[in-house]
Design a protein around this ligand. Structure first.
Ligand code: KG4
Ligand code: ZN
Length: 360
């Protein structure tokens, strides 16, 4: 089975070709440079940039998968047939989603292939199965899934492929969004996750420069998340230390202070993510967790999970770093799982706020 997948939910334009268990291509074009000066993604600019880039990214993905130009000859694809075309129908930015929707529909029509929309967050969860360019790992069900990305933080009880119960989700900011906003408060640039992680590594101690600890938003009995208070706590701490006009002065904050704040913030976020996952594992008597999404690339989070798993007696698996952030390979995999179950179908309408995660 050959699947062509499109991913343009946020600021990565990505196209991938999956053939059986082999990933033939996964081209990811990041718009970071475009959005950097705004310290975040500007939706209108993102959709336009996706539209400009998608033909090029598609061409590279087909080329790397072994197709030769011209890709179409006498009305047929110049190479092995594609069985299905899939795209992320949501959640994501509406204008950005439309680009994959239209490119995918056009490709499916030209190729005479099936066409389906899949859930972006399921892609983050399934991405665990890739090892290099092959699908060599299998998620063992039932398990707890933690998806921590720029737009979402969700905890799932995963019964099987396509059968997921959402236990909790973010009530306000997602974990990745909190990283991005803290980086902005400190004037460190965009995207926040990698730069906060790097800056935190320079801290000799969390208390350096008076950064101290930040609260852990555990929200008592709930499996929901809330990270916006943590971001506000960072803003208040900066105001205390640098004065009311800290936003103007923030670039003058000593490197030691920025590092200490990044470390304290990262500790609070990662403790919260691990705490909630362990709580869900215990509540449902499960012994396996799978973690995906951009924040899953964070080394401190990975380390904390491994330590916790050893202590509490459970297994934890992470998507490889390259498959944590947005990519079309994970979307192709969503399509593959559907084809394996003989049900590619499903809505092809874009769904910016898509909340339903199950498809069986
Ligand atoms: O999954 P993703 O690529 O996009 C969404 O679906 O939102 O996640 C992007 C998010 C950004 O907020 C980024 O700051 C965060 O993931 N991120 C990280 C790291 N790398 C990316 N957060 C913490 N540590 C990282 N190393
Ligand atoms: Zn994502």
């Amino acid at each position: 089975m050959r699947i062509l997948a499109f991913e343009t939910t946020c600021d990565e334009t990505s196209v991938s070709v999956l053939c059986g268990r082999r990933l033939l291509s996964n081209i990811v074009f990041s718009q970071i440079k475009l959005h950097r000066k705004y310290n975040g993604v500007v939706p209108e600019l993102a959709s336009r940039a996706h539209l400009e880039k998608i033909p090029h990214v598609l061409g590279r993905a087909l080329g790397q998968a072994g197709y030769r130009r011209p890709f179409f000859k006498n009305g047929r694809l110049n190479g092995p047939e594609i069985d299905a075309v899939v795209f992320s129908r949501g959640p994501g930015l509406p204008g950005a989603l439309l680009v994959s929707r239209m490119a995918g529909a056009a490709a499916a029509r030209l190729l005479g292939a099936g066409f389906a929309g899949v859930n972006h967050l399921e892609g983050h969860f399934l991405a665990y199965e890739y090892e290099g360019n092959a699908l060599t790992r299998k998620i063992k069900f039932p398990c707890i899934g933690l998806i921590a990305s720029g737009g979402h933080t969700e905890l799932w009880k995963a019964h099987d492929y396509g059968r997921y119960a959402v236990l909790g989700r973010t009530r306000d900011d997602a974990a990745g969004e909190a990283f991005d906003k803290v980086a902005k408060l400190l004037g460190l640039g965009y995207p926040g996750g990698p730069v906060v992680e790097k800056t935190a590594l320079k801290a000799s101690t969390r208390r350096q420069g008076g950064a101290a600890d930040f609260p852990r938003p555990y929200l008592d009995d709930s499996f929901d998340f809330s990270f916006s208070g943590l971001k506000t706590a960072v803003a208040y701490r900066l105001r205390e230390l640098l004065g009311a006009d800290f936003y103007e002065k923030r670039k003058k904050a000593t490197p030691g202070l920025a590092a200490a704040i990044c470390l304290a913030f990262e500790e609070a976020v990662t403790d919260t993510l691990v705490h909630k996952t362990v709580k869900a594992l215990k509540a449902y008597g499960l012994k396996r967790a799978v973690v995906g999404g951009g924040v899953a690339a964070n080394a401190r989070l990975r380390r904390k999970f491994y330590e916790s798993a050893a202590k509490d007696g459970y297994e934890v698996g992470f998507a490889e770093k390259r498959y944590c952030t947005d990519n079309a390979a994970m979307i192709a995999l969503c399509g593959a799982k559907r084809l394996e179950r003989g049900r590619l179908g499903g809505s092809v309408d874009i769904a910016p706020d898509l909340a339903e995660v199950s498809w069986v």
